[in-house]
Design a protein around this ligand. Sequence first.
Ligand code: ZN
Ligand code: ZN
Ligand code: FE
Length: 740
Amino acid sequence: MPEEKSILLRMRGRVQGVGFRPVVFRLAHELGLRGWVRNDAAGAEVALAGRGGDIAKFRAELPGRLPAAADIQSVEELSAPAELPAGFEIRTSAAPDGARVAGILPDLATCPDCLREILDPKDRRYRYPFANCTHCGPRFSIIEALPYDRGNTTMHAFRMCPACEEEYRDPRNRRFHAQPNACPVCGPSLSWMRADGTVLEVRDEALRAAAEAIRGGWIAAVKGIGGFHLMVDARDGGAVRRLRERKKRDEKPFALLFPGLDSIRAACEVSAAEQEWLESQAAPIVLLKKREGAALAREVAPGLPWIGAMAPYTPMHHLLMRELGFPVVATSGNLTDEPICTDNDEARARLGGIADFFLAHDRSIARPMDDSVMAVCGGEPVMMRRGRGLSPCSMPMAGAPDGWVAAGAQMKSVVALTAGGNAVMSPHIGDLDHEGAVRLWERAVNDLAGLHGLEPRAAAADLHPGYASTQAAAEWGVPVAGVQHHHAHIAACMAENGLEGPVLGIAWDGTGLGTDGTIWGGEFLVCTRRDFRRAAWLRPFPLIGGDASAREPRRAALGVLREMGSGHPPPGFSRAELAVLDGMLREDFNVVRTSSAGRLFDAAASLLGVCQKMSHEGQAAMRLEALAGEAEAPAYPFGWRGAALDWAPMIEAMLSGGEPPAVAAGRFHATLVEMMVAAAKREGLRDVCLSGGCFQNRRLLAGAWRRLREEGFRVWSHREIPPNDAGICAGQLAVALARA
Ligand code: ZN
Ligand code: ZN
Ligand code: FE
């Protein structure tokens, strides 16, 4: 008999809650290996004993057998424990010690097998809204602690029936150790109620009642994975308008939930890459081009050619949408700017004035998560918001000590924590202007630290003293590294792409505090992860009237015209208003100067008559991008004033050109791209990083990619991390770690 070998493999990556252990179990059985597999705090351990050749075969074959959601990042080889069983076993989790860093899985959209079961009248889970298995179902939204075992999830409240228990214990079953395993006998169930809590229907009747109500034009609050949605018939203008009024949301586009891919295709153009994202287990909202004559109410996304579309991602959504057969608005259950509601009682209290009825269930949500939002540009993903399905997001940060926390920014805030050589980012929190969001931000920090068993040891925050995140970080009693906003944007892009620099970072966004006390936002920074030098910027102009100026493109236009000394009349003001604002400018009262690219977009949008006052952030720039369409357009002239790129010749030409606004909008985009090329050539660094909220504009992003590459630069942008302020936390960590 050949000599027996033994080994212990410590695996790191996404190996918990994805059906990893059953795969190991089956493979070990096939090869006649002895030993065990178990989850530990940081991943999984596999102990093997048998012939050396069989162990080698095991290691070679395992990667090809992994379930879709699993991913082994590293394997450490250790000596095997002395005692191994006679067969192969799946063991319970090891007691947690040290930092708990096992890749926490995002919530996974319903898999084809589970979908087949809920549509099969002979299956015991027929029409069951909470079916799931090791390949799909809730994860991060139910996890209260690690390791990922049922007792550590919000499913601990439900005791499995014998049939479910049997599946759970059978290594050959798809539901072997599926922590949220449930069925109509033992699992969560639906109820349909009024805002006062009166239950009208339960179970399948509740689902049918919800469909009936939505079909009738009522507003329903529907509890999903990460919180409540507000739903109405997306074809019914009156119903959508009523939702806008009650939610106090003027024009910001609503996302739509469709019955399936066919109905998405009927309303929108869908590329192969977009289809892949729509059908992925992340099931995000994907921004798609709306088809002419799509049967959707104008009120869904007024004035925009795009629709935020998503496919059903839980059995409940599949069943509800099949019942309906038409798209519904599915917007976060909140008043504008407040965090999404997760708790049944809280939802009835806060949404009682908006929703007519509630479709709730009795599985608790461990943490709120909005839907993720993304777009595809040139086949590549552009993340705009990472929430349900794409959170938590972790990015390798080699050598990072545990317990460093990044506070993020003020808008679109996200926090990050270092754990096990990764930066782990929280789901989207929101704008910290609202008190509820600040509480949620604090909760997110404690949540990340608590899940990983870490205490914050050091922090990084924005330089802006007015950011709620910066203020709160100062109270943690740990050293805080101040990181300049645009340096953080570029450092996030460098970290995501594994660059150390120096690079030329093009950081274009709405606002961020500069090191000179002015508002930056059109920056060309020569960056390493540690430091930066402000190499060039867009010519600054005055913004008159404080915060209001960020919401009124006409004020940006006024500032641009006054800076140029142009005689062109500023659009959208009464004579009295102009007199007041010009007085403030003369007295330098409540005037800030800014190099912001975002505000330059606002100014152009105002001058082209596209938007004078915004109901939501980014509205003017989105409309300008939409107006420009995809037609090629030549750049306008521009110049340099010292290190500042001067847009005055462009505005001059725009105002005197007499071109159709769509052409002028296209030429405006082309000019900004040529400014980037000019600055990159002047600096002469080979690597160029693009970051900041302006790069959510796909015309600008695609133009920058194309032109900079044509000129021989290597161009880097984001794929995983949003270019907007949600990415700031990752950059803050990268800078703080480089300085340490
Ligand atoms: Zn499944
Ligand atoms: Zn059951
Ligand atoms: Fe920013």
